[in-house]
Design a protein around this ligand. Structure first.
Ligand code: ADP
Length: 456
């Protein structure tokens, strides 16, 4: 269990190490977007939920006479009429007829609506009537006229209110027990809205968090996708450079040695030192092959250009005649078979390159008296190139890898044969560029068989 955890931790760490900067950018970008989005949504909702309540308060606040009557419980069927009906009060009431749908104090109280009446100095005049007024007194809240005529939020004993305070015009100031009502503050309880708002907020924040986490996963995926090809390219390049320099080092070292030996006998003739000279020449030849391969590889990188020309059997005959001569020199047996009629459109240079690489390999990986055969054959809409040898063969596991750059089955055994492990990967690139396919099979009874299938 602990090992599993450690392995997981290591994977996570290497991921962060590799994805590093990309991931950090994604993380910052996504987090910023989500935080801003959440803030905007919350802002919009908050502004929206109190809109109706606020509009209602703003509409009511100006009707000071109605509010004075409500605040003194002088309205409605339970008309206890706390208001002294002196002449002045009566004339004010007459001048300001009540709206038709005016509610009684009790009805409003049940709906969480409260009215507090203040005198000029902020003293509450309706403490005995309005529970809100007594609440305010208990909490030692004083009249606050800093935000006159503006709806604000206020919390009293964990109750949420929207409230507005307004000044009563002089001529409409009703008198209670000889004191004039100078300011009226109205409250609307918004506990329910607040509670549902907090539920909505929690839901929004949870949703946002979930999407944020999801987006992080996407970010991880994306950053992985975006760095993977770069990583591969970098690895290939590194391998290319290190292999190439390694391969060049051996012939250079040999040459250096041999040339230094020549200096030990400054008077010797060329003939006497021919062994060293020819060995150096050999290495030069090796290096030429190597550099040619490297150059081909670099040139073909990603962009093999195909230039087909009309081709007939004579092109193949010429190539195979050369192979025959070379094989004799190298003590191999070469046979060829060409089953073609008429003309084909082929890129001769690329086809020759493919055949040379396969032929070279067949020569390299067969023993003395090795047998190499190449068959060229048209099969429906395909051109088949089949190269077989009776050499050392390729194991099942290696069949998948030999087309990789720099892959060689047995480094020790194949070193010195002049290969870099580039030949087959070059073949593969050319064949893919021609929209063809390559197969590798065991040759019977021994050796390897490569089949190239090209569309014509
Ligand atoms: P190299 O330059 O090493 O030959 P290639 O890319 O041409 O590189 O081949 C990759 C490896 O595949 C070789 O190193 C060798 O191990 C194996 N291979 C290629 N052709 C043959 C063959 N005809 N018979 C056996 N093994 C082969």
């Amino acid at each position: 269990m602990k090992q599993k955890f450690l392995a997981f931790k290591k994977r996570v760490l290497t991921f962060f190490h590799k994805a590093g900067r990309n991931f950090l950018y994604f993380l910052i970008a996504f987090t910023t977007i989500f935080v801003i989005m959440t803030a905007i949504i919350i802002q919009v909702i908050q502004a929206g939920v109190y809109r109706t309540t606020d509009a209602d308060l703003m509409m009511r606040k100006d009707n000071s006479v109605e509010l004075s009557l409500i605040g003194t419980n002088s309205l409605g069927y339970e008309n206890s009429n706390k208001l002294p009906s002196d002449d002045l009060n009566q004339s004010i009431i007459e001048k300001n007829p009540l709206p038709e749908n005016s509610n009684s104090y009790h009805q409003l109280k049940n709906a969480g609506f409260y009215v507090i009446l203040f005198d000029e100095n902020g003293l509450i005049l309706n403490t005995e009537i309005d529970p809100m007024a007594s609440l305010m007194q208990e909490n030692e809240l004083e009249m606050d006229i800093s935000a006159l005529e503006t709806v604000t939020s206020q919390n009293v004993e964990n109750q949420a209110f929207r409230t507005v305070i307004s000044k009563v015009e002089k001529e409409n100031q009703i008198t209670i027990n000889g004191t004039k009502i100078a300011y009226i503050q109205i409250f609307q309880n918004v506990n329910q809205i607040r509670d549902s708002l907090s539920t909505i907020m929690t839901e929004i924040i949870i949703t946002m968090l979930v999407f944020w986490i999801l987006s992080l996963f996407f970010a991880i995926g994306l950053s992985r996708l975006s760095i993977h090809p770069l990583e591969l390219a970098l690895e290939r390049q590194k391998a290319f450079v290190s292999n190439a320099s390694h391969e060049l080092r051996t012939p250079l070292a040999i040459m250096q040695n041999r040339l230094q030996l020549l200096f030990q006998h400054p008077d010797a003739t060329i003939l006497e030192e021919s062994e060293h000279i020819s060995a150096s020449l050999n290495e030069v030849r090796n290096m030429r092959v190597l550099t040619k391969n490297l150059l081909n590889m670099a040139k073909s990188d990603g962009s093999v250009r195909i230039q087909p020309v009309e081709t007939d059997i004579s092109f193949f005959e010429e190539v195979f005649d050369n192979f025959k001569i070379l094989s004799k020199e190298k003590n191999k047996r070469f046979t060829s078979q060409i089953q073609l009629k008429g003309k084909l459109n082929l890129d001769q240079e690329l086809i020759k390159q493919i055949l040379v690489i396969f032929y070279d390999n067949a020569v390299k990986y067969t023993d003395d008296k090795g047998e190499i055969s190449i068959r060229v054959q048209k099969q429906r809409n395909d051109l088949l190139l089949i190269i077989s040898d009776n050499g050392i063969g390729v194991s099942a596991a290696d069949k998948k890898k030999i087309f990789d750059r720099f892959y060689r089955v047995d480094e020790v055994r194949t070193r010195g044969k002049g290969g870099l492990g580039l030949g087959l990967s070059l073949v593969q690139e050319i064949v893919y560029a021609m929209r063809g396919k390559i197969f590798v099979e065991d040759n019977q009874p021994k050796g390897t068989k490569f089949i190239v299938k090209l569309k014509i």
